[in-house]
Design a protein around this ligand. Structure first.
Ligand code: THU
Length: 160
């Protein structure tokens, strides 16, 4: 028997340590939480995607009385960006979450389905995506979705 170890690298920042554009992305992800539609969870998630041409798209979670029909902020935002500019890579995605009257303390961890869509977004443009997860205490940054989704199933597995 052998053990395989997969390492995920996470950079941990304070807001003031981020570049101006990354601060803007965090600010816009936070602002986008104000437009979430969350009558069921009251957990408002916002995201902002920076494209290679400098465009920024914002999105948020949109819920539904038939719960699985709702969609997370990350997928809303990536699909909005890809639907609007299908030939422009997403360079950076910032995510923030607001509930019970405040932004959450620790960085918001994206759900598995959103991580899978992040991976596809990287692969379709052959461009690594930087992901910024906002928390009031810390901001996590990952250079590439492999740091969020190890042992992933992607395009390369279908081509074998
Ligand atoms: N949600 C997101 O939008 N993104 C995440 O990263 C985690 C969860 C949403 C889905 C649902 O509307 C609410 O948060 C509670 O799960």
């Amino acid at each position: 028997m052998k053990h395989l170890t997969i390492n995920c690298e996470i950079e941990v920042y304070k807001y003031d340590e981020l570049s101006d554009i990354e601060k803007e992305l965090i600010d816009r992800a936070k602002k986008a939480t104000e437009r979430s539609y969350t009558p069921y969870s009251k957990f408002n998630v916002g995201a902002a995607a920076l494209l290679e041409d400098g465009t920024i798209f914002e999105g948020n979670n949109q819920e539904n009385a038939a719960y699985p029909s709702g969609i997370c902020a990350e997928r809303t935002t990536l699909f909005y960006a890809n639907a609007s500019k299908p030939d422009k890579a997403v360079k950076t995605l910032a995510v923030a979450a607001f509930t019970n009257g405040e932004f959450i303390d620790d960085p918001i961890p994206p759900c598995g389905a959103c991580r899978q869509v992040m991976l596809e977004t990287e692969q379709r443009f052959n461009t690594k995506m930087r992901v910024l997860l906002y928390g009031r205490n810390n901001i996590y940054a990952m250079n590439g979705v492999e740091n969020l989704l190890p042992l992933s199933f992607g395009i390369e597995n279908l081509n074998k």
